[in-house]
Each structure stands twice: as structure tokens, then as C-alpha cells.
Design a protein around this ligand. Structure first.
Ligand SMILES: Cc1cc2nc3c(=O)[nH]c(=O)nc-3n(C[C@H](O)[C@H](O)[C@H](O)COP(=O)(O)O)c2cc1C
Length: 187
């Protein structure tokens, strides 16, 4: 039995993106995270996902673009504008997982489940490499102009933004589900 792995899985926890900082994954570690992310169950090998990586100045550029988009439909306070603009400034690396379903006899629902597995593999791979992460959607995932800025095609959607870095503070655990209330033994 791999006790280290079991321990990691049993104690894993997300860290809020604003509490993530340097260091983040280097190029080789990033490639490992992406490789592990794509190593998921995938019915009929459709690979219905792709990745967009944000690092360095690209994070600031996207934050500013998204803020401009948000201001078209919302009144924001100075504080909110600052928060929008710096949305991607905290974690050194952000991976956007794009759900890119394929026209196929494999139902879209199954393709989406596979994409969800990709997402959680990013969290787990990041943690195994010694980093922390958070899976975030927020308004930007669902806004058509934000999707366009990232180059999404009309049939694609954003499964999440994965902020990856090192925790500046470790949160207390949240309450976890009572498995006995969630599990039924069919007989
Ligand atoms: C699809 C999806 C979208 C999420 N979007 C957000 C979000 O926009 N903002 C946020 O604070 N947490 C979001 N979360 C929740 C966090 O990623 C995380 O699950 C939560 O903070 C609890 O973390 P833990 O159970 O991994 O410790 C999202 C989770 C999922 C699965």
C-alpha cells in the first residue's frame, strides 16, 4: 500500500487563489501536471478538453481585459475594480481547462465527466508536486466575451481556472461529508 498517497488523498484541501504565491511549478513540473491531467478515463479516447496556460505578464493582461468586460455590465467600486484586475496576479501559474466536446456516439455527459476528472487530476498532481491549488469558475467562465478573449470556439466552455502556487496560509479543514449518509449497500 502507498501510505503517502493515501495520506495525500485523505487530507487534500484547496487553498484560496488569493492565498497562493510564488513559487509555482517550473516548466518540467507544469508539463507533469498537464500529462497527469490528461491521463484520465476517457471513453473511446475523444480527449474532449484542452488547456490554456497563464503565466507572468499574461495573468495581469487577462485580469485587466476581464475587468473591462465586467465593467460593460456591472458598476464596480474602486475596490472591486482592483480585485478584478488582480484576479490572476496571486498564483504564479493558472491553467484554464476548456471543455471541448466532440460530436460522437459517446454522450456529452460522459465527455463532461471525463473533463471533470482532468480537472481534479490538476489539483492532485499539483499537490503531489508540493504546491497548492484552487479550482475556480466565477463569472468569467460563463461570460461570452471572456470566453472569446480566451479564444474559445462556440461549442466549447470553461470547466475551470486552476490557480497553482504555494500557500501563504493554510486554511482549516472544512467539514467533510458523512459517508454513512451517502452510501447505500444494495442487497
Ligand atoms: C466546478 C467548480 C467550480 C468552483 N468555483 C469556485 C469559485 O468560483 N470560487 C470559489 O471560491 N470556489 C470555487 N469552487 C470551490 C473550490 O474549488 C473548492 O472546492 C472549495 O474551496 C473547497 O475546497 P476543498 O474541498 O478542495 O478543500 C469551485 C469548485 C468546483 C468543483
Amino acid at each position: 500500500m502507498n501510505n503517502q498517497l493515501i495520506n495525500l488523498l485523505k487530507t487534500r484541501r484547496s487553498v484560496l487563489s488569493k492565498n497562493l504565491s510564488q513559487p509555482g511549478p517550473d516548466e518540467q513540473q507544469l508539463q507533469s501536471i498537464l500529462e497527469i491531467a490528461a491521463r484520465v478515463p476517457d471513453h473511446r479516447k475523444l480527449e474532449p478538453w484542452r488547456f490554456i496556460v497563464l503565466q507572468g505578464d499574461a495573468r495581469k493582461k487577462l485580469g485587466k481585459k476581464f475587468c473591462q468586460i465586467r465593467l460593460k455590465s456591472c458598476d464596480l467600486t474602486t475596490e472591486q475594480i482592483k480585485a478584478e484586475q488582480s484576479r490572476y496576479n496571486h498564483a504564479p501559474t493558472v491553467i484554464v481547462v476548456v471543455f471541448s466536446p466532440v460530436e460522437h456516439k459517446t454522450p456529452v455527459f460522459e465527455q463532461l465527466l471525463s473533463c471533470g476528472a482532468v480537472c481534479q487530476h490538476i489539483n492532485l498532481a499539483s499537490l503531489a508536486l508540493g504546491f497548492n491549488s484552487q479550482w475556480v469558475t466565477n463569472w468569467c467562465s460563463f461570460d461570452k466575451d471572456a470566453q472569446k478573449e480566451l479564444g474559445l470556439k462556440p461549442h466549447e466552455s470553461i470547466a475551470g481556472f486552476f490557480h497553482i502556487g504555494t500557500a501563504t496560509c493554510i486554511p482549516n479543514d472544512r467539514q467533510r461529508p458523512d459517508i454513512s449518509q451517502k452510501t447505500f449497500y444494495y442487497s
